[in-house]
Structure formats: structure tokens, C-alpha cells
Design a protein around this ligand. Structure first.
Ligand SMILES: [Zn+2]
Length: 352
């Protein structure tokens, strides 16, 4: 029987002819770039676990952080980055057509996360500057102007994406660019969110939500089940299970005793990712038949992180995220910031 990768290239994307994403869809960009920089690792990447070299490295991390049936199952997956602008990802039912599991990761979702990652990085930089410098110093004013501009651009872009059914088409007028010195940081933050997306889809497969046998584990019951609120529908319950297992996977083998850095990366990626998707709907309370509301998902994730993670800076990280939510709410009138609204009226002066 075909492997997930073979099935992808023979049945779903024969036009990609076994090439990686950059070769298949971005050859013009990379041809121009490669004359200036050495991009041989990206362009020459031979798809194994994914058609994208970065995603492949995240999957390798998931394999390394788990063991037994979890890591066995993950090493038989193939994650296809797809040139689709919808802000979406999916775990695909194999239905007996291939062995292993297939995940789709749409470029629209990755682009969306990157725009918010840039703005969050700029916001954190502004907060840090304000700790050290007076509010009327040139650096603070400049940084603040950049954040305000970014917030407005993103609000306009988000409005347009919403009108177009959450197709994330980036346009020059509303595109946010990071400051030069923060570009690497923005890319790192975006990476952490991509890993959350991936963790969620992998978790759907491991939990048996896509038709194959669930990878059962006593640990799973202990780590995830206590966090599921009563009253969730069967479908919503599956989404929350995938959210929580997705977060736990990168820390699975060291659970409860992971390094502060590892916990920080998972917490930042998750809290920011669930913030971002709350902006795809007009209300954080809106749920669909298949998915719980953004508020329900965020609150489950937050409770899970607060219970299991021990990193000392957790409170200040949550505080940063929630102040960011408040700012986004002020410009978009949607998203998780509704929960933080009081911050803008009571101590917005200090926190804005
Ligand atoms: Zn899901």
C-alpha cells in the first residue's frame, strides 16, 4: 500500500511531481534569491515527512519529544504545505487508501500567523523600551507609532479577509513588515505558532479522530481528560482534546519537568495562536457545529498551561498576551480582547 507521502504525490498533487513546496510554487522567488544567498538546503530539500523543510524539522522534533506508539505514528505521517489561502489546516482521513497519516497545512494560515507574530514582536519591544526610557523619548515614540500603524493595517486586512471568507490574501497596503532588528524574532514567534497548528492536527490522528485506531495511553487520560469541561458536544470535545494533546506533545517525554525554554515556547505559541484565530470570527463566543468558540478553546488551553507549566515567567507572558489581545480588540472590535476590555479603561494609560 502507498505511504502517506506517496499517496500525496500520486493522487492529490501529481502536478507537484515529488518536488518540495518552494520548488513547486515559489521557484521564481528562490531562483532570484539563490543567486545572492546560499539557499541550497531549502531548494534542494527532498520531501520525506513534509514538502517544506521547516515543517519537516518540526515533525522531527515531535518524534524526538515522544516515544513508543506516538513517535512511531508520527514518523509515518506526511504534512503537505498547500498553496491554499484559506486560514486552515486539516488531518485527512486515510479511508484505507494509504498507510500512515496525512496532514494539510494551508499557506493562508501560516501567513496569517506571521502577520500577528510581527505585530506581537513589535508590541513586546515597545513594552521593553517603556520600562527603560521615558514615554516621550524618541525610541519609544517611534516604536509606538510603528505599533499603532501595524494595528491599523492588520485591522483593515482582517476586515477584508473576513469579507472574503477568511482567505488570507496579503496586499501591499496592509502588509506588516518587521523592523530590521526584530525580523528574526518575528520569524521565531511565527514558527512557534506553526508548531501549535501542527501539534493539533497530529493529535487528531493520534486520538483516532480520523478513522484509524486511537493511540491509547494511560498518560493521555491523566494529562488531558481532567481539563475537558462538562457539556461539550462530541465534536467540540474532540477539538479540545486535539488542542491539549497538541500542546503536550512537544513536552511529552519530559512532562512536568521540561526546561523553562521549552515550556515558554509552547505557551507563547499556543496563547498567541488561539488569540489569532479568535480574530477570524466576529465574536469570540461564536461556535460552529464542528468547532467550539475561540473563548472556549483559549480558556481550556490557558487552564492546561497554568496547571502543568512551571516556568517562572508564565504570569508575565500571559499578561503580555492579554494586553496584546486588548489592543487588538480596541482596533478590530473582535477577538479575545473582549475579556481584557476593562484593562483599556482602568489602566490603559500604563498598559496600552
Ligand atoms: Zn481540529
Amino acid at each position: 500500500m502507498l505511504s502517506a507521502r506517496e499517496f500525496y504525490y500520486s493522487e492529490i498533487a501529481p502536478d507537484e511531481a515529488g518536488k518540495n513546496y518552494q520548488q513547486a510554487h515559489q521557484s521564481a522567488i528562490y531562483d532570484e534569491k539563490s543567486s545572492k544567498e546560499d539557499l541550497s538546503n531549502i531548494v534542494g530539500h527532498v520531501p520525506n515527512l513534509s514538502n517544506d523543510i521547516l515543517i519537516e524539522s518540526y515533525i522531527e522534533n515531535f518524534i524526538a519529544s515522544t516515544s513508543g506508539t506516538f513517535s512511531d505514528s508520527i514518523s509515518r505521517m506526511f504534512v503537505a504545505k498547500r498553496k491554499d489561502f484559506l486560514a486552515n489546516a486539516g488531518a485527512i482521513h486515510a479511508g484505507g487508501r494509504f498507510e500512515g497519516d496525512l496532514v494539510f497545512f494551508y499557506v493562508g494560515l501560516s501567513d496569517l500567523c506571521f502577520q500577528y507574530a510581527i505585530l506581537f514582536g513589535e508590541f513586546i519591544n515597545l513594552c521593553a523600551l517603556r520600562q527603560e526610557l521615558p514615554d516621550d523619548s524618541e525610541d519609544v515614540l517611534l516604536s509606538m507609532a510603528g505599533v499603532v500603524k501595524g494595528l491599523n493595517k492588520l485591522a483593515n486586512a482582517q476586515l477584508e479577509w473576513g469579507i472574503n471568507g477568511n482567505e488570507i490574501r496579503l496586499k501591499d497596503e496592509t502588509l506588516i513588515y518587521p523592523s530590521d532588528h526584530l525580523a528574526d524574532n518575528a520569524a521565531r514567534i511565527a514558527t512557534l505558532m506553526d508548531r501549535v497548528v501542527l501539534g493539533h492536527e497530529i493529535a487528531h490522528h493520534l486520538l483516532g479522530h480520523t478513522g484509524r485506531d486511537a493511540t491509547t495511553s494511560e498518560l493521555l487520560e491523566i494529562r488531558i481528560a481532567p481539563f475537558l469541561n462538562q457539556g461539550l458536544s462530541a465534536k467540540h470535545r474532540k477539538e479540545i482534546e486535539a488542542d491539549l494533546l497538541g500542546l503536550a506533545l512537544p513536552l511529552w517525554s519530559t512532562f512536568g519537568d521540561s526546561s523553562d525554554q521549552a515550556e515558554f515556547e509552547v505557551a507563547l505559541g499556543a496563547l498567541l495562536f488561539y488569540t489569532v484565530i479568535s480574530h477570524l470570527k466576529c465574536s469570540m463566543f461564536l461556535e460552529s457545529e464542528s468547532h467550539p468558540s475561540a473563548a472556549t478553546r483559549y480558556n481550556h488551553v490557558l487552564k492546561f498551561i497554568r496547571t502543568h507549566f512551571k516556568l517562572p515567567v508564565l504570569d508575565s507572558l500571559i499578561d503580555d498576551i492579554e494586553r496584546f489581545q486588548a489592543l487588538l480588540f480596541a482596533t478590530q472590535d473582535r477577538g479575545l480582547g473582549l475579556m481584557q476590555k476593562h484593562r483599556l479603561s482602568t489602566n490603559g494609560e500604563r498598559n496600552a
